[in-house]
Unconditional design. Sequence first.
Length: 581
Amino acid sequence: MQIDEKKLKKVILDGGLISEKDIDEVSKKAKDKKQKFSDMLLSEGKISEVDLKKMEAFVLGIPFVNLEKQKIDFSILSLIPETIAKNDNIIAYNKTDKGLEVAMLDADDLPVIDFIKKRSGFKILPRLTDAASIKSALMQYQKSLQAEFATIIQKETQSLKIATEEGEKSTKELKEMAEDLPVVKIVDSLVSHAISQNASDIHIEPGEDNLVVRYRIDGILHDAMTLDKSAGAGITARIKVLSNLKLDEKRLPQDGRFKIDQNGDKVSFRVSTLPIFYGEKTVIRILKENAHGYSLEGLGFHGEALERIYESLKQKTGMVLATGPTGSGKTTTLYTMLDILNRPEVNISTVEDPIEYQMPRVNQVQVKPEIGLTFANGLRSLLRQDPNIIMVGEIRDGETAGLAVNASLTGHLVLSTIHTNSASGAVPRLIDMGILPFLIISTVKTIIAQRLVRKLTANKEKYFLSSDEIKNLSKIVDLDRMLGLLKLEKIIGDSDTWEKIPFYKAVKSAEVEDGYSGRVGIHEVLKVSGTIKEIITRGGSGDEIEAQAKKEGMMTILEDGVFQAVLGMTTLEEVFRVVSE
């Protein structure tokens, strides 16, 4: 449903909203700046958004709806996940015999209409609305969750308190408490809301007087809910039942996992409980098994770094290592590389803890240390299975490192992760694990280091660095080198200087509290060249290796962060926050 611009102009003119002269002026400006006529009308302040949307709705022959004061039934609202509603400005607000009525800012967004039709199973009836209506409706997601909790807690608090105050429970009593309907509802609501918010972790933390629930979204923890402390025992018991943990064990940490199927998506949860002063803290890691369709470019790789990875994946033997702290996206990078390598003529086997994404035609082994299936033992078994490509989830010890090195020496391509802060730091880490330098230079081909930075939304503010800001930036980054790297990848012109390069700031809004949504990787990709092999052989430090790699064209994580900031993907503040952590 594309809007006919000529019809729109005629309808606005007939409605007497603006003069013909203003329409001609705006039309000329829109053409010169290559912008939509309707967008230019708004930016010039010639018409209010509500009036414009009403005119557009008239041209399209669909109703205009105002949702600002409309209370939407949560069962209808939740037919569209909150993240989709936020990102695509679309709200499900009414269901009739004819179909599902959805309010949109852009009725021409056919892919999202098709997605919601498939997801909900209803015929979709598009309606136009304005930004204020979308903002108001989005607030109802959180209010509905709060109301859902409030109702459950209010009704059941007394019984939960009584159950808690009666002292230590037997395993049978704890199990009964875990299967109590209000507790089941609380845990189900927590989990489903965390998934819809695209949270990576749920933290359930008992305090002196209450129970705090927090979600980690885009790497940042946010308070989601504060519950009565009396709900803690039941919630913990419920999560333990789901993940097959010992209900009566409260003195020792426990680890477990469970899986659910939500709207056709398989989601795995890795559970960890920890005894703390006020009870047991529970952390749940959320892993969407069906997540796929990533590309190296989509993860943030570009230019020389991208070429180096593709080159390393053409090798039949050797090691490719991904490094970085927990939660920096290493495993996603490895899975993306496996997806590229996954062809009918090769046998790919992995040993992981946990299996985060399930991949067709890949033999994935889950580590189970409690029965002796460690990374090392799993890797030994894989080598008897005639693999061409092996992925080891993590090299944690000398035994696993030794086996991975031997596997790469005997005709296998090995992908793995290792915990270091930089690409060059992987070399001393391997030596510390007992791997001899001559074995490292014989096997390790490429080392990737990465972090994740939050992405700016489309609603962002452009600015230019002041002379003081450029001076401060020069203390952290080699600006002449950085300018050369940007020119090399044709991001800026040959005559551009730092004063002329635009950067962007996050713009807060009701829809996106901090102005960021989603994350993208910043990377450094170190190719183990002949010169770097010499440095490793003579026992050179990580700093020497990094200095040589930079001479050979490696962009460091910090430099890649500045690169992404220039592209408008993120902010300098976000890059410094992540890289300095």
